[in-house]
Design a protein around this ligand. Structure first.
Ligand SMILES: Cc1cc2nc3c(=O)[nH]c(=O)nc-3n(C[C@H](O)[C@H](O)[C@H](O)COP(=O)(O)OP(=O)(O)OC[C@H]3O[C@@H](n4cnc5c(N)ncnc54)[C@H](O)[C@@H]3O)c2cc1C
Length: 444
């Protein structure tokens, strides 16, 4: 393992934050080990496009080894971090996919960027029926379930059961929920409209359930209204002020704010509501006494280190940041926040090695973007509020720019251009993940 007196930096997580930290350290006089339980970086902002057959997995994921193949001071290790010994400055590792790994990994500086996962508001049993699109595996599961629902409807003689197959419920009206609902709308109204004989895919119902009184609550209200109108044009029904109270294999039960419960028969439910921090945040909280909020995020110091451990940084979706006045702020759970923090942590390590000091971390808000469908998006960039085609072009260019891997950018650009003109979606494949539906499984 790296050593020989060279400063050893271990970065946990090859997501947005971790990747930027390693990028910045590749020319620094340090040995870097990047540990991730996956062997690839996933561009999560486009995973919903995999879930709806617009893109293939390889176009939004890139092998970590390939990213750092020319960085001689960077080693990539596929392993899961199972624990921390902060006193001994060691990580405890667990093997993934049968790949043997050392039990421990020593460090001089540690950067932890483990991200977040979806939470089911204390109803873990809902996860089985309502898949999410945060990981590549679950995006493929969702893709299979959506496409298989149309297949099932085509040969279902009973009108009620057919209607259930053609009802798609997306839970959560944030950017991911809006994007997912818009894409299912396009799939039903446009892409699949000539593919079936017995059913008209355009009759599919797409319900977007949101507990608050508007979609995209992090955007200005004007853009929320525009997003709602654009979704309605795609055949999506936003159900505002509505809370999900139960999820079963073949139905969702919702309750409107004014009372009144409704059971909606459906066979496809997609979860896009509420995230909780990586479990590593809780572990680090227990070890350092740093406070955790309700979403499990750990409060880090103004320089992103843990209390009492200036050699340990935590960042990205799993943290909140203490300000110099003592207050703790929650930054938006978006890629730019994690990326800026990753670069900042690397800068602090480099500065310390050079005997320089650095100021606290400052977040630069680059704005908010969400796409709704073909040629339609909303953008709020430094007070500039855009919607429609211009916002969509902005969204498209920004996502292409940040997509990792030169080859991926070209492939995605060609795919999007082709789909734009042909209204097609090349990756409409039902793969192994979706072969077993939860209800089949219970019936067995
Ligand atoms: C569906 C979806 C759409 C999104 N769309 C947008 C968008 O349009 N724009 C935007 O700015 N943001 C978007 N986001 C949010 C954005 O993806 C996150 O804010 C960002 O990924 C956070 O970066 P991170 O480095 O904290 O974590 P992540 O990027 O999630 O990376 C965490 C990494 O840590 C690894 N890891 C976790 N635990 C362990 C462990 N114990 N051992 C080893 N490795 C571990 C994971 O495998 C992963 O690679 C979206 C998120 C989702 C889920």
């Amino acid at each position: 393992m790296p050593g020989d007196g060279v400063h050893r930096v271990v970065v946990v997580g090859g997501g947005f934050g971790g990747l930027q930290a390693v990028e910045k350290l590749r020319r620094a006089p340090v040995e870097v080990t990047l540990v991730d339980r996956r062997n690839f970086h996933l561009f999560q902002p486009l995973s919903y496009q995999v879930a709806t057959g617009a893109l293939s997995p390889g176009e939004i994921a890139y092998p970590l080894r390939a990213i750092f193949k020319r960085a001689a001071n960077v080693r990539v290790m596929m392993a899961e971090v199972a624990g921390f010994d902060l006193g001994a400055r060691e990580l405890q590792l667990r093997s993934v996919a049968g790949v043997p790994v050392p039990a421990t990994l020593p460090y001089d500086s540690l950067i932890v960027a483990g991200g977040s996962q979806y939470s089911y508001f204390g109803h873990e049993e809902w996860r089985e029926y309502a898949a999410e699109v945060k990981s590549l595996e679950s995006a493929l599961l969702v893709r299979g379930r959506i496409l298989a629902a149309f297949e099932a409807a085509e040969f279902e003689p009973d009108p009620e059961r057919r209607a259930a197959w053609l009802t798609f419920v997306v839970v959560g009206g944030g950017p991911t929920g809006v994007e997912m609902a818009g894409q299912i709308g396009e799939l039903a109204r446009d892409t699949l409209k000539r593919d079936f004989r017995a059913i008209d895919s355009r009759t599919g119902r797409i319900l977007l359930v949101e507990a608050t009184d508007r979609l995209l609550t992090t955007f200005p209200p004007k853009l929320s209204s525009r997003a709602k109108r654009s979704l309605e044009r795609l055949g999506v029904t936003p159900m505002l002020n509505t809370t999900v109270t139960d999820i079963e294999a073949d139905a969702v039960t919702v309750e409107a704010a004014g009372g009144g419960s409704q059971r909606i028969p459906t066979r496809t439910i997609i979860w896009a509501a509420g995230v909780t921090a990586s479990r590593m945040a809780a572990t680090l909280g227990e070890l350092t006494g740093a406070e955790l909020d309700r979403a499990g995020r750990i409060a880090v110091e103004p320089d992103l280190t843990l209390p009492g451990h200036p050699e340990v940084f935590a960042l990205g979706d799993m943290v909140r940041v203490r300000q110099t006045d003592g207050s703790v702020v929650t930054l938006p759970g978006v890629a730019p926040a994690a990326m800026q923090q990753g670069r900042y942590a690397a800068k602090v390590i480099e500065a310390r090695l050079g005997g320089r000091s650095t100021g606290p971390f400052h977040y630069r808000d680059k704005g908010n973007l969400a796409t709704i469908g073909r040629g339609s998006a909303v953008a709020d960039i430094k007070g500039l509020k855009l919607s429609g085609f211009l916002a969509w072009m902005t969204w498209l260019l920004i996502h292409l720019w940040y997509l990792v891997g030169f080859q991926n950018r070209i492939v995605v650009f060609v795919r999007w251009s082709f789909s734009f003109f042909t209204h097609g979606r090349g990756a409409r494949l039902i793969t192994a993940q979706a072969m077993e539906r939860p209800s089949d499984h219970h019936a067995a």
